[in-house]
Design a protein around this ligand. Structure first.
Ligand code: IPM
Ligand code: MG
Length: 366
């Protein structure tokens, strides 16, 4: 039976990079993994067409799909519209209503790119860490929220709130993933100033002691964690943290790898009756409106997000390895978009040249 994929290219460079992902999906479709693809609008393009960043109909398709692939959303023309209608709200609605609580953000440094990081080669070469960010709670969704007027002045309010079951389930995700890696988890919070941070720490420890005593667990304050991520990132294997700290720490980790254009992500829910989680895959980078439509965007983060779909939604670990290997090969051959040229210069490849080269490398790998 074919796997159903809902593709939401979104805004800015989203459609260009997704066109390259479709070439890769097509390759696997011709080589033994059948896909059934639907496409939908999400973000600013949905607002332009329907007045909302995502329609109920598209939400229903996302809920029903085996996996959702998303490009990127947003653009400067939407910065002034009502907060509740902004392109980003589509992302938050997908995450919340699909209950995608575990956001996996690997930061892996490809050897061919170790010199592109702003950090020294020895700090980043061989780096392979995984940030597991809680994605459906915390300050992103807590109530009360808003801006009101108190005593004649405006007050902005957001609420950081976590239940113990929300903490426990994402901690389990992190421990499970660690068991398939180096078996180490570092949990980050601010238990020195936040009661909710203290609860986070306690619950992660309790889940560990009761269910995952074989995994090595450490705790770090999130500010110290940020410092350690840029000082000596290879000390980490899996980092588990809340929604807001995860947002920030994952951008810092992204830069270790040389380019934001390289980083994929997976957002997973609890296993369903068929044993598979609801899932959404997207690059960590944004819609890059400054280079949209010019064929300059790096499609690799989006293509590697599809590799994560192969791994986590379709039980096709070998296919995922093969795709990651093809990406590595293309980088090693020196074919790169402008973001990966750095000081040394050279010719910048176009978005579609990179996609074509990855498909050709998939062919050769057979
Ligand atoms: C991310 C992004 C989003 C977030 C924005 C676009 C809402 O920064 O996925 O990291 O803050 O979660
Ligand atoms: Mg972010």
């Amino acid at each position: 039976m074919a796997h159903s994929l809902l593709i939401l290219p979104g805004d800015g460079i989203g459609p260009e990079i997704m066109a390259e992902v479709r070439k890769v999906v097509g390759w696997f479709d011709r080589n033994g993994i059948a896909f059934e693809i639907e496409e939908g609008l999400c973000g600013g393009c949905a607002y332009d067409a329907h007045g909302v960043p995502i329609t109920d109909e598209t939400m229903a398709k996302a809920q029903a799909a085996d996996a959702v692939l998303l490009g990127a959303v947003g653009g400067p023309q939407y910065d002034t519209i009502d907060f509740a209608l902004r392109p980003e709200r589509a992302l938050l609605r997908l995450r919340k209503e699909m209950d995608l609580y575990a956001n996996l953000r690997p930061a892996k440094c490809f050897d061919a790119l170790a010199d592109f990081s702003s950090l020294k080669r020895e700090v980043v070469s061989g780096l392979d860490i995984l940030i597991v960010r809680e994605l459906t709670s915390g300050v992103y969704f807590g109530e009360p929220r808003g801006v009101s007027v108190e005593g004649g002045e405006r007050v902005g309010i957001n609420t950081h709130r976590y239940t113990e079951s929300e903490i426990a389930r994402v901690a389990r995700s992190a421990f499970e993933l660690a068991r398939r890696r180096q078996n180490r988890v570092c949990s980050m919070e601010k238990s020195n100033v936040m009661e909710a941070g203290g609860l986070w720490r306690d619950v992660v420890q309790e889940v560990h002691d009761a269910e995952y005593p074989d995994v090595e667990l450490s705790h770090m304050l999130a500010d110290a964690g940020a410092m350690q991520i840029v000082r000596w990132p290879k000390q980490f294997d899996v980092i588990v943290t809340d929604n807001l700290f995860g947002d920030i720490l994952s951008d810092a980790a992204a830069m270790l790898t040389g380019s934001l254009g390289m980083l994929p992500s997976a957002s997973l829910g609890a296993p369903q009756a068929n044993g598979r989680p609801k899932a959404l895959y997207e690059p960590v980078h944004g819609s890059a409106p400054d280079i949209a439509g010019q064929g300059k965007a790096n499609p690799i983060a989006c293509i590697l997000s599809f590799a994560m779909a192969l791994r986590y939604s379709f039980d096709a670990g070998e296919a995922a390895d093969r795709l990651e290997g093809a990406v590595e090969q293309v980088l090693a051959d020196g074919l790169r978009t402008a973001d990966l040229l750095g000081q040394s210069g050279g010719r910048a490849a176009s978005t579609s040249e990179v996609g074509d080269a990855i498909v050709a490398a998939l062919d050769r790998a057979g």
